[in-house]
Ligand binder design. Structure first.
Ligand code: PEP
Ligand code: MN
Length: 359
């Protein structure tokens, strides 16, 4: 069987858009039950309750998850509030424990998707089950690695597959915790339009303010739903505190979403897709320009310390030369690129000037 033939009735039977919510980490039974109860009480259209039981942390000695005891709490959430449940698995031991505890849906985290050994181990542990599995994009922007992970699962006959777009890691700090890089996710979607794709605005934004916009953007281009970190007391959360929201804020967010075209059908909104990509590139352009100007500031300081004139004609010549050369290579109008670089250079001189006159 080929990935292109994967069908996902199990997702279509759940509410559309498919919403998964719950805390980044399971912390205590009380925290889990209160979060679930409050989500229920808002009547928000959430079908699956998430909680991380084993937490992959960047540095050692932080909170690494409560471990198997948390699986009992997920079970209680299911029994008392009727949600399906979901957790992250990162090795065969996690898979066996989650299967044993009857967790309904599993996901493979971004740090695991990057490692073919890990994905293979998880896939083999799942063999013979019909467990639904969502695969988060790898932390690095590598479409083949993402697709490869799904192929490994399918290779073990795991057919209820979905993906989660959680953004990509960058060295440069931007307004996002993980850059959405929509192009990669949309390329995935073009290749496999039947595989459900969810957005994870929490790990993309890393804060609470951008969640609604990213979620709406995803629905506009035909994503099937979202996974949003939700906690009864976000400020006190043991992991990812800054991006978690309360059940009440979640309900408001969901209530404000405009579902333009249900599910996958929305993907034929080609205009929306192009606009998303353009906005993504514009955002990257602005980030790059801001980085460039910060370097100009440093140069301005050096020039000031060493008493060097700001405008250096031979340097400007070098810049125009490589810019027009690059314009030629990429098939763009040299005139246009010259105009753009003149504007950039002028601003850079302006920035350096203000440093010179600053005492
Ligand atoms: C999570 O969902 O809490 C998580 C660890 O996500 P990711 O793998 O996307 O970092
Ligand atoms: Mn998290």
């Amino acid at each position: 069987m080929n990935l292109k033939d994967v069908k996902n009735e199990w997702v279509n039977e759940l509410s559309q858009p498919l919403m998964i919510a719950g805390p980044c980490s399971a912390e205590s039974e009380a925290q889990m039950l209160e979060t679930a109860r409050r989500i229920r009480e808002t009547n928000a259209q959430v079908s699956i309750f998430r909680a991380g039981i084993w937490k992959p942390r960047t540095k050692p000695n932080g909170f690494e998850g409560v471990g198997v005891i948390g699986l009992n709490w997920l079970k209680k959430v299911k029994e008392e509030y009727g949600f399906k449940t979901a957790t992250e698995v990162a090795n065969a031991h996690h898979v066996f424990a989650a299967l044993e505890a009857d967790v309904d849906v599993l996901w493979i985290g971004a740090r695991s998707t990057v490692n073919p050994f890990t994905v293979q181990e998880i896939a083999m542990a799942l063999r013979g089950t019909d467990k639904p599995v969502f695969v988060k994009n790898p932390v690095n922007p590598d479409l083949a690695l993402w697709v490869g992970a799904l192929e490994r699962l399918l290779g073990q006959d795991i057919k209820n597959l979905g993906v989660i777009h959680r953004g990509f890691s960058t060295y440069q700090k931007t307004k996002y915790r993980n850059n959405p890089n929509w192009q990669i996710a949309l390329d995935f979607k073009s290749q496999f339009p039947d595989i459900p794709m969810l957005i994870d605005p929490s790990h993309i934004c890393g804060n609470r303010t951008g969640l609604a916009d990213i979620t709406q953007e995803a629905l506009n281009v035909g994503y099937q739903g979202a996974i949003i970190e939700t906690h009864c007391n976000p400020d006190e959360a043991w992991s990812d505190a800054s991006q978690q929201i309360t059940p009440e804020v979640l309900a408001e967010l969901i209530g404000n979403l405009k579902v333009r075209n249900s599910g996958i059908a929305g993907f034929d909104n080609e205009m929306g897709r192009h606009r998303t990509l353009i906005s993504d590139l514009d955002f990257q352009l602005i980030e790059l320009l801001s980085q460039r100007m910060k370097i100009s500031e440093k140069i301005g300081k050096l020039k000031k310390e060493n008493d060097i004139a700001i405008f250096q004609p031979e340097r400007w010549k070098v810049i125009t030369e490589y810019a027009t050369q690059k314009a030629k290579e990429t098939g763009m109008s040299q005139e246009f690129i010259e105009k753009v670089f003149k504007a950039i250079h002028e601003e850079s001189i302006e920035v350096q000037n203000s440093i010179m006159i600053d005492r």
